[in-house]
Design a protein around this ligand. Structure first.
Ligand code: DX5
Ligand code: ZN
Length: 231
């Protein structure tokens, strides 16, 4: 059985009640908290930094926090996120002058490391650093905003990334981010992904104010993943 993990992106959560939102989505069965960091430079949007990550830890969040850096440069902020309680730190190779150094810095800070690939970015960035990567994240939208539509060409890229991982023998997670919903999650899993970021697909569901409102959406995603697993 593949260990599928669902990682709600808090970008689509209600930021005024963030701790509660994270508690509710984890209670509903989410595995990982996906934490989108945007700098209005590498991507045209501005979000949250290490103080918010630290606040979630102080609030009592124990689940892995998956920090997706959409910032340039990356190295200055890595130790800050490590101290703030990040579990994974992933970054876009185009945003680092020295990809190998940034990956090592993440692991040396005590976190798991990852590289993020935009839809048009080649997987060849992996060629010489596969032994330093714990997570490969394929963007299935262009980064910067939640609520965009899944780009279908990601499925082929996932199959390629899956063969690279399997051939390497390394323990590397394959994550997908952007436009993941109940309706397409099984197809994405069948293409080789094992970790699924979903923002609007989870937090966008209705019934605001109901603490159990994420149960049904998470259950539907799990059911679809189970069916993908048994094919
Ligand atoms: C986009 C972010 C995503 C985003 C996903 O740049 O990296 O994590 O929040 O949101 P949805 O699931 O709504 O596409
Ligand atoms: Zn993300």
């Amino acid at each position: 059985m593949i260990d599928y993990q669902i990682a709600p992106s808090i970008l689509s959560a209600d930021f005024a009640r963030l701790g509660e939102e994270v508690d509710n989505v984890l209670a509903a069965g989410a595995d990982i908290v996906h934490f989108d960091v945007m700098d209005n430079h590498y991507v045209p949007n501005l979000t949250i930094g290490p103080v918010v990550c630290e606040a979630l830890r102080k609030h009592g969040v124990e689940a892995p926090i998956d920090v997706h850096l959409m910032v340039k440069p990356v190295d200055r902020i890595i130790p800050d996120f490590a101290s703030a309680g990040a579990s994974y730190i992933t970054f876009h190779p185009e945003a680092s002058e020295h990809v190998d150094r940034s990956l090592s810095l993440i692991r040396d800070s005590g976190c798991r490391s990852g590289l993020v690939f935009n839809p048009a970015t080649s997987l060849s960035y992996l060629d010489h650093v596969l032994d330093k990567v714990d997570m490969i994240l394929l963007m299935s939208v262009n980064p910067g905003f939640g609520g965009q539509t899944f780009i279908p060409a990601t499925l082929d890229k996932l199959r390629t990334a899956r063969s690279i991982i399997d051939a390497s023998g390394f323990d590397i997670r394959l994550e997908v981010d952007g436009g993941v919903k109940v309706d397409n999650i099984a197809k994405i899993a069948a293409a080789g992904a094992d970790t699924f970021v979903s923002g609007s697909g989870i937090f966008g569901c209705t019934q605001a104010g109901d603490p159990n409102r994420y149960d049904s959406i998470l259950r539907q995603m799990r059911d679809r993943l189970e069916s993908a697993n048994s094919v």
